[in-house]
Design a protein around this ligand. Structure first.
Ligand code: AMP
Length: 548
């Protein structure tokens, strides 16, 4: 027997409609690429999103078409999220930090019809435009007065001109909730990037789960500054979750340095922010240098890479900011786990509380997890056994765009099929907390045992003179692989290899200690801010360990 409840589809257009109707005067503040601050409300954003849907229709965009964006976090990008998906087309966000050839590959693979580009990215796009095969229109995301005289892009359109004279009365279509709404390519450290194609249903369910108190804890009282980019996994879903709960949004644009972020945090009274460790490193250094304190931020989410303990401590001790350690991936929309303590954890001592905080967190309802060994069989959730992490749920991918990479789902004996292998190696404990030990390809295999590169990096980063650290496995004739620690020292530091090894000696097992330390002027990062280990492996491919 079926239930008798209404079968209303879960649609992205309903989120902005809801925000405009119930939180119409709540502000969206943006630092524009031009440098100034722009303010308006959800009600304004809704009308402009409708006008943009009308403009896209006039440009010939139809349901299912891909519309690309190369843009930072700002109100026009926000309008495009809702206009494109709302009309049944697919909002394809493109990471401007990718190599030019990857951008060309992605635009052509997605078959983008129209491309929206922020002003400061136009020169780079002008160089590539000739190689975009199906792009009919390129639109500069600015007003008429900012339009470049000679952009080098034939027929370049102007965003504000496209909206002019439109009625703004567009009626959002009632789509099937499984309709594709947006597309994001994985960063692709190996091989070509692969597209993850989100649906309306997945996005709305992800926004519900993301707003829960033990997830991101968002409400109509939150002031949210997403440092995480809208060009990568939809800024962790914040543009949708904020509209769902009516939170004020503060978009930082392109200025993500410590001084610019601090100014916005303080003037807009930001209560919640989210970003990757590299951004927070720069912010905390800036604040320490200027002896400034954050006065309104209550939560800072750290995700994308493991949150170093020193960073969690600095946020808490120096700024009273509670760090929410989070884990996810492009293929998961992206939220998989967020770390909040349980009531019983209040009784633990400080060290035990910190040990728990370092875990990547618990999944909200909707994300199922399993860890399996080399034989594919499930391992116990005892917080000790670690294996390949598999996930299943309604906002997790079932396969890549156009079938790239073939079938991705597998079976876990005793728990059925439909599991996605994350490529991470993790433990699960009886309270539901997941802890990443490593990326499966980064784990160091020494004498048949595994050494966690993340644990070693965290231990090294706790040294006061270390700016950033990475650990990679180097081939060893006896042990198969041994760890090499690569360190970027803080300015003015002359800390030595011996001093660092001695420091690590008190933190990790003796057989984990790196066989050598190499100093570099800076570590390479991926377009999404992760340490680029493939580059480090390439840079050190001829390096021989002194112990080899
Ligand atoms: P992406 O799809 O680019 O967002 O990358 C997802 C990957 O980033 C995950 O599979 C993890 O390897 C890594 N990652 C994300 N969050 C964390 C975290 N909190 N700790 C450790 N690794 C993380």
């Amino acid at each position: 027997m079926l239930g008798l409840m209404q079968d209303r589809p879960l649609l992205i257009s309903h989120l902005i409609e809801h925000a405009a109707r119930n939180h119409g005067d709540t502000e969206i503040v943006s630092r524009r690429v031009e440098g100034d601050l722009h303010r308006y409300t959800y009600a304004d954003a809704h009308v402009r999103a409708k006008k943009m849907a009308e403009a896209l229709q006039a440009l010939g965009v139809v349901a299912g078409d891909r519309v690309g964006t190369l843009a930072w976090n700002g109100y026009r990008h926000f309008e495009l999220y809702y206009a494109i998906s709302g009309m049944g087309a697919v909002c394809h966000t493109i990471n401007p930090r990718l190599f030019p050839e990857q951008i060309v590959y992605i635009v052509n693979h997605a078959e983008d019809r129209v491309l929206f580009v922020d002003l400061n990215l136009l020169p780079a796009v002008a160089k590539l435009a000739g190689q975009f095969k199906g792009v009919k229109h390129i639109v500069a995301m600015c007003g008429r007065e900012q339009m470049p005289k000679d952009s080098g892009i034939p027929g370049l359109l102007c965003y504000e001109e496209l909206l002019e004279g439109r009625p703004g009365t567009y009626a959002w279509p009632e789509l099937d909730e499984r309709t594709a709404c947006s597309l994001c390519y994985t960063s692709g450290t190996t091989g070509n990037p692969k597209g993850v194609l989100y649906s309306h249903r997945a996005t709305v369910l992800h926004a519900f789960a993301g707003s829960l108190p033990d997830t991101l804890n968002l409400s109509a009282r939150s002031v949210v500054l997403p440092v995480v980019p809208m060009f990568h996994v939809n800024a962790w879903g914040l543009p949708y979750a904020c509209a769902m709960v009516g939170a004020k949004i503060v978009f930082p644009g392109v200025a993500l340095d410590g001084a610019s972020l601090t100014a916005l945090f303080e003037t807009e009274k930001v209560s919640f922010t989210a970003g990757v460790p590299t951004v927070w490193l720069a912010l905390l250094n800036h604040l320490a240098e200027k002896k400034q304190r954050l006065s309104t931020v209550r939560y800072a989410v750290i995700g994308g890479s493991a949150a170093p303990p020193a960073m969690i401590e600095a946020f808490q001790r120096d700024h009273g900011v509670e760090v929410l350690h989070a884990w996810g991936m492009t293929e998961m929309s992206p939220l998989g786990t967020v770390n909040h303590p349980k009531a019983k954890h209040a009784a633990l001592d400080a060290a035990a509380q910190m040990a728990n905080r370092l875990k990547q967190g618990r999944p909200p309802h909707g994300v199922e997890m399993a860890i399996v060994g080399d034989d594919g069989k499930e391992l116990p959730h005892d917080g000790k056994a670690f294996g390949d992490l598999l996930v299943r749920g309604p906002w997790i991918t079932s396969g890549y765009f156009k079938g790239e990479g073939g079938a991705v789902l597998r079976e876990v004996p005793g728990r059925g099929g439909g599991w996605f292998a994350t490529g991470d190696v993790a433990t699960l404990d009886p309270d539901g907390y997941m802890q990443i030990t490593d990326r499966s390809k980064d784990v160091i295999k020494s004498g048949g045992e595994w050494i966690s590169s993340i644990d070693l990096e965290n231990a090294a980063m706790a040294h006061p003179e270390v700016a950033e650290a990475a650990v990679i496995g180097i081939a060893h004739p006896k042990w198969d692989e041994r760890p090499l620690l690569i360190v970027h020292r803080k300015a003015g530091s002359a800390v030595t290899k011996d001093a660092l090894i001695q420091f690590l000696g008190s933190k990790v097992a003796k057989w984990w200690l790196p066989d050598d330390v190499q100093f570099v002027d800076g570590l390479p990062h991926t377009a999404t801010g992760k340490i680029l280990k493939t580059r480090l492996r390439e840079d050190f491919k001829d390096y021989r360990l002194p112990t080899a």
